[in-house]
Design a protein around this ligand. Structure first.
Ligand code: SAH
Ligand code: SF4
Ligand code: F3S
Length: 487
């Protein structure tokens, strides 16, 4: 049993040999084991680290083995129907576990918890506890309720909660790269998207707590942080607690606010040895000021995830993205002007949105030709209950057509990924080593500034080191090369 208990205190000390602040847990109390499984975006994975921190203070230890767990948590995603189906299947599976271990509790966290609320307790009879994304501080109380056999549900959304004071317990960490959540929620109302309903209003986290987290990670040996938010460009924080909502801050012009460009600079100044990335940028909000800050700091990675969703202006308007094709192309032009051809650019694309014609679909393909993305996440449109699109439009593109369009988008992206990688052959890049390559321990892998995965013979190099790698070959997914040893 011992080896499957990943004691969180011990684990976090592995990255560094320095002593850590350890939560005060009664050593004589029997420790309960929690197993946590996460789905969806990086913000959800980041939230699981906050949840683990909260539970650790309650005396829980993390286990990798759900059969042995006293508490099984699934941190869920609602973005597409398939994401929810995966979770339902997983819950059915955990039903078997509960039969063998009737004392165990099963809890649903995250976006599906928020969307379905107490319905989850009724629909999925195995669920004992439901906690939405802003209710994690209440988990100890909810667990107690569930232990006593009561319905335990908290899906109240908050306008303030940012978990700024909670030090996340890094789960499944490589000890080199980490994510820092800088804001929560989303105030955009893209018509296809469930996130504003599941995550609530946008709120920005205190920049000083963000910088402190980055510094602590650096001191523990981490060398890269990714600042996370659904729309990082609209980050805005004011020291005046009376001005909570972003709109209130904007009404007071002389309030000492911190915007995203300023935050990025503050984090970049932690150390030139700490790489800074961020995700996601929204085309309507990405400013030249951010691009200039990126240009000024070598340690801010030259990579921008700038989801277009579609290349057609009528569809973009129906999606309520509030920019059109020309605006998007102009943003791409500015990236190229300020940061050059080497800057990595990636996108999210949706195939077969309501009423999309063949010609409008071809606009997406032609936008891809214009940008030549390094990478894209590509999806078929999936109608989500309660969204603007579900209420206003018919999901009228047959699934075979959606599939065919998606395949065309994927084929185009493959072509561009390969082309962009081929342009790297013969060049030398600084690579931050993250760990052994997927195929063999004789090789290491890391990424260059533009977020491209680079694989090379290990030699005597170690994760966390920066090396110069000369690129010899590539596939659409990976660059391969050799370290140029420095004299
Ligand atoms: N905040 C980010 C997106 C977060 S959701 C942004 O604005 O870009 C991640 C991606 O999922 C979206 O960019 C979109 O491409 C996709 N997505 C969201 N809702 C979807 C839906 N109903 N059907 C298909 N894809 C969807
Ligand atoms: Fe969803 Fe749009 Fe917000 Fe992104 S910006 S999370 S797509 S509503
Ligand atoms: Fe999914 Fe919620 Fe993220 S719906 S994509 S987990 S914000």
């Amino acid at each position: 049993m011992q080896e499957i208990i990943r004691d969180i205190d011990i684990l976090s000390q592995k990255a560094t040999d320095k002593p850590q602040a350890v939560a005060k847990v009664n050593p004589l109390a029997p420790r309960r084991l929690v197993y946590i499984e996460s789905y969806g975006c990086q913000m959800n994975f980041s939230d699981s680290e906050i949840v683990t921190s909260i539970l650790q203070k309650e005396g829980f230890a993390v286990t990798d083995d759900y059969q042995a767990a006293d508490l099984i948590l699934i941190n869920t995603c609602s973005i597409r129907e398939k994401a929810e189906q995966t979770v339902r299947n997983r819950l059915q599976h955990f039903n078997g576990v509960k039969k063998r271990n009737p004392g165990a509790l099963v809890g649903v966290l995250g976006c599906m918890a928020e969307r379905l609320k107490e319905k989850l307790l009724e629909e999925e009879k195995i669920v004992d506890l439901v906690a939405g994304p802003d209710a994690y501080r209440d988990l100890p109380g909810l667990i107690q309720e569930a232990d006593e056999g009561h319905k335990a549900v908290n899906t109240i959304l908050s306008k303030e909660e940012t978990y700024a004071d909670i030090n996340p317990v890094r789960l499944h960490s490589n000890g080199v790269t980490a994510f820092i959540s800088i804001m929560r929620g989303c105030d955009n109302m893209c018509s296809f998207c469930v996130v504003p309903f599941t995550r609530g209003r946008e709120r920005s986290r205190d920049p000083h707590s963000i910088v402190a987290e980055a510094r602590e990670l650096f001191d523990k040996g981490y060398r890269e942080v990714t600042l996370l938010g659904q729309n990082v460009d609209s980050y805005k924080w004011s020291p005046d607690p009376a001005l909570k909502a972003k709109k209130d801050i904007e009404k007071v012009p002389d309030a000492k606010t911190v915007n995203f460009a300023q935050l990025l600079e503050m984090v970049a100044q932690v150390s030139p040895q700490l790489r800074v990335r961020f995700s996601t940028s929204h085309p309507k909000d990405m400013t030249d000021e951010v691009l200039h800050v990126m240009q000024r700091y070598d340690n801010i990675c030259k990579y921008i995830h700038l989801p277009a969703q579609s290349g057609n202006s009528r569809i973009l308007q129906m999606m309520n993205r509030t920019y059109d094709r020309a605006w998007y192309m102009q943003r791409i032009d500015r990236i190229r002007e300020i940061l050059g051809e080497e800057c990595g650019i990636s996108s999210d694309m949706i195939a077969g949105f309501c009423s999309e014609t063949e010609e409008e679909h071809r606009d997406t393909l032609s936008l891809m030709d214009y940008v030549q993305y390094d990478f894209s996440y590509m999806f078929m449109y999936s109608e989500r209950p309660g969204t603007l699109a579900a209420r206003q439009y018919r999901d009228d593109i047959p699934v075979e057509v959606k599939k065919r369009r998606l395949n065309e988008i994927i084929a185009k992206q493959q072509e561009h990924s390969l082309l962009r990688n081929q342009q790297c052959i013969g060049k030398t890049y600084e690579v931050l080593i993250e760990g052994p390559s997927k195929r063999s321990d004789a090789y290491l892998q890391g990424r260059n500034s533009a977020n491209k995965v680079v694989v090379f013979p290990a030699g005597n190099h170690k994760p966390g080191e920066y090396v110069q790698v000369k690129i010899k070959d590539c596939t659409a997914a990976t660059l391969t090369g050799e370290v140029i040893e420095q004299i």
